[in-house]
Design a protein around this ligand. Structure first.
Ligand SMILES: Nc1nc2c(ncn2[C@@H]2O[C@H](COP(=O)(O)OP(=O)(O)OP(=O)(O)O)[C@@H](O)[C@H]2O)c(=O)[nH]1
Ligand SMILES: [Mg+2]
Length: 196
């Protein structure tokens, strides 16, 4: 996919109504600070259109990036950040859940997991929720640059086993720093375009 133009088209807070889009959507979910916004910037070749932060809890809305008027990349608020109040976390959770359950154009969910650590309980809970909704997420193992090359396959194996993901589950290692893995993720986006 050649990315020509990208705009942040819609921003939804907890009280906003979700847009009814006619183009396919690919959503990015994962723990706060796992690298969702950084990944979107790498995909769209922009330094900071999606706002990133070393502080977790940066993305607090559902952000729809219109790519080439062909599809949307949807940046979601992260889960698992202890710094937000219980009430706000619950609101974000409901907002994400509502989005998963109601978007007719949501074609793929990318679930991001930090490659350095075993998936946490909240990751497993999110994975199970996605599976229960009848979907098979594509897993992206982020921050690949932070581990040794020879640790990669072991870490991927660990992610698969902790999530109890079927053997055919795609797990793509990725680094926003080196852009390694970008082509593989773009190939999934191309698939979405072909299917719709
Ligand atoms: N070394 C390295 N750092 C990364 C990578 N991806 C993200 N980061 C850093 O991790 C921090 C969090 O990145 P974000 O992209 O803001 O994470 P997020 O998942 O959008 O976080 P929330 O919006 O809070 O849910 C930032 O300091 C990024 O620079 C990566 O692949 N490698
Ligand atoms: Mg973010």
């Amino acid at each position: 996919m050649v990315i020509k133009n990208v705009t942040l088209e819609t921003v939804c807070g907890v009280t906003s109504r979700l847009p009814v889009n006619t183009r396919p959507e690919a959503a990015f979910i994962g723990r706060s600070n796992v690298g969702k916004s950084s990944l979107i910037n790498v995909l769209i070749n922009r330094k900071s259109l999606a706002r990133t932060s070393a502080q977790p809890g940066k993305t607090q809305t559902i952000n729809y990036y219109n790519v080439n008027d062909a599809l949307y990349l949807v940046d979601l608020p992260g889960y698992g950040y202890a710094g937000t109040s219980e009430r706000v976390r619950a609101q974000w959770g409901r907002m994400t859940e509502h989005y998963f359950n109601t978007s007719e154009q949501l074609k793929r969910i990318f679930l991001l997991i930090d490659i350095r650590h075993a998936p946490m309980e909240s990751d497993k809970a999110m994975y199970d929720r996605i599976r229960k909704s009848g979907r098979q997420p594509v897993i992206i193992a982020t921050k690949l640059d932070k581990i040794n090359k020879r640790q990669v396959s072991q870490q991927i194996k660990q992610i698969r086993s902790v999530l109890q993901a079927p053997a055919d589950t795609v797990i793509l290692p990725f680094s926003a720093q080196t852009r390694q893995g970008r082509d593989e993720i773009c190939a999934v986006l191309d698939q979405i375009l072909q299917e719709s």
